[in-house]
Design a protein around this ligand. Structure first.
Ligand SMILES: Nc1ncnc2c1ncn2[C@@H]1O[C@H](COP(=O)(O)OP(=O)(O)O[C@H]2O[C@H](CO)[C@@H](O)[C@H](O)[C@H]2O)[C@@H](O)[C@H]1O
Length: 471
């Protein structure tokens, strides 16, 4: 079976968050299960792009509204990722250093989708499945079915995976002229709430719709940023498949980004050494419990709560706990974390920015990883934390609820709280400190978490079973 994954991110080529992790891993594991999995993303000017060699496999041009763009499809030469990687290079649109956040993102990702479709249209054979990820690729299922240029691709099954339904990629009907011509009687399929909504269009048109955890799918029926009724209507073709983690990248025993590697037998020494380095670097006291946060500093992740959680905890429990934050995102959250850093004299530090090696050190060197998410479709951080012997502290929502059991329950290995609110989190901080001092219990909780298998094996198989069900 040949699967083409189409995405805006793919680790280690271009990653902003969890989408990149999944698209960089799932195809590798599908390959191991005997499928041919290919990935196509835009050719941003990332470090990976600059330091690897590519062959041009397709050259063409296209209209985006009234503008003409040349584009190339490049294939990475060494195949080092464990799947075929293709990059769509569109000078003037996709040759940016970053992935998102440009004023013409709508045009950039529309052009990407058109280029990918034009390219597949030229293949001698057809893929068995076209697998689209998130709204940046959401118009593809629609165009496969109704785009006049793509009638040859009409029968190719399409899948949409929703990594986060908060982001839908809406744009106004005034930009309709940018979309390649299609059967206008079908325009309603593009619409949601009076705008062109790529995520909604994909939910309507894809043959199957998956979410990245079963719990998140259940939540979407009642809370989907305006798409609840649509998802409920399409319920019959939906399925929740829990993300796995790439155990070749996320393994404390071989992770080259750690000063000291460790495994389940050497976890205490390993974590102690990594914690020591981390605390030295950030001016923290390594004898105290260390609670960290890694992620996009946005409301969905509960990042706006962090300044108050941290200052209140340090005020109520002086000299009892440390906090460390790594992230970037909304400017007011960044600003208020930096303000907090200046006002509390000890016990807290923050690194604003994106830093992959530092994230690995934090997973290894922290005692607890805090995730006060308001919305969490799956969450990968808690799975990485578990593998690194770090106890996740999570709000009971979406994929966090599916993957973390409170240590107060039988065989539990994490800390759960119900509300994304300062009081609930501060209470959990107290529980974390108590657990930290109960060394026997902490050790049992840690080992319990480390033993859990969150590798891609069974989830990759579930995707294959789902593809087969479309035949
Ligand atoms: N400043 C920083 N420096 C270094 N690394 C950083 C970083 N900020 C974030 N990361 C890394 O980015 C990834 C974040 O993954 P998540 O799954 O938690 O979030 P995201 O919301 O992006 O993904 C969406 O898609 C994924 C995948 O389906 C879902 O798990 C998730 O719930 C959904 O919101 C992790 O690898 C984390 O270590």
């Amino acid at each position: 079976m040949e699967i083409l994954h189409i995405s805006a991110e793919c680790y280690p080529v271009a990653k902003v968050g969890g989408l990149g992790d999944v698209v960089g891993a799932l195809p590798k594991y599908q390959h191991q299960l005997g499928s041919i999995a290919k990935v196509v993303i835009p050719a941003y000017r990332t470090k990976y792009f600059e330091t690897h060699e590519f062959d041009v496999v397709h050259q063409a041009g296209m209209w985006l509204g009234h503008d003409w763009y040349h584009f190339n499809v490049l294939k990475e030469r060494s195949n080092e990722l464990g799947f075929d990687l293709y990059l769509v290079d569109i000078p003037g649109l996709l040759d940016t250093p970053g992935v998102y956040g440009y004023p013409n993102d709508t045009e950039r990702f529309l052009a990407f989708q058109i280029a990918v479709l034009d390219w597949i249209n030229e293949w001698q054979h057809l893929p068995d499945v076209i697998h689209c990820h998130d709204h940046h690729t959401g118009l593809i299922p629609f165009l496969l079915s109704y785009g006049y240029k793509y009638t040859r691709l009409k029968e190719v099954p399409s899948v949409l995976t929703i990594h986060n339904a908060q982001y839908q990629g809406q744009f106004g009907w005034d930009k309709l002229y940018l979309i390649p011509s299609f059967d206008l009687w079908k325009s309603g399929l593009l619409d949601w709430g009076g705008a062109i909504n790529p995520l909604a269009a994909a939910i309507k048109c894809a043959w199957r719709v998956t979410t990245v955890s079963p719990g998140y799918l259940e939540e979407l029926f009642s809370n989907a940023n305006g798409l609840e009724s649509l998802i409920s209507h399409e319920r019959g073709k939906t399925i929740g498949i829990l993300n796995g983690i790439d155990t070749l990248v996320w393994d404390p025993s071989i992770d080259t980004m750690l000063p000291l590697n460790y495994d389940i037998d050497t976890v205490n020494e390993g974590k102690q050494e990594n914690k020591q380095r981390l605390c030295e670097r950030f001016g923290l006291d390594s004898s105290l419990p260390l609670i960290s946060f890694i992620g996009r500093l946005v409301g969905d992740k509960g990042a706006d709560l962090l300044p108050e959680i941290i200052s209140r905890s340090l005020h109520e429990l002086p000299g009892e706990v440390n906090f460390l934050v790594l992230g970037s995102g909304e400017p007011h959250v960044e600003w208020s974390l930096q303000q907090t850093r200046q006002t509390v004299s000890y016990g807290f530090n923050v690194h604003i920015g994106y830093n992959e090696p530092l994230s690995h050190l934090i997973y290894a060197g922290s005692d607890f990883l805090l995730m006060p998410s308001r919305v969490e479709p799956c969450g990968l951080n808690q799975l990485y934390a578990l593998r690194y012997g770090t106890v996740p502290m999570v709000r009971s929502t979406g994929g966090l609820k599916d993957t973390v059991v409170d240590f107060g329950d039988k065989n539990g290995f994490g800390i759960r709280f119900n509300q994304a609110g300062v009081w609930d989190v501060c209470y959990s901080v107290k529980r974390a400190i108590e657990l930290y001092h109960d060394t026997t219990h902490l050790q049992a909780v840690r080992l319990q978490g480390m033993r859990i298998d969150h590798s891609w094996g069974s989830s990759a198989q579930q995707y294959l079973d789902m593809y087969n069900s479309m035949k």
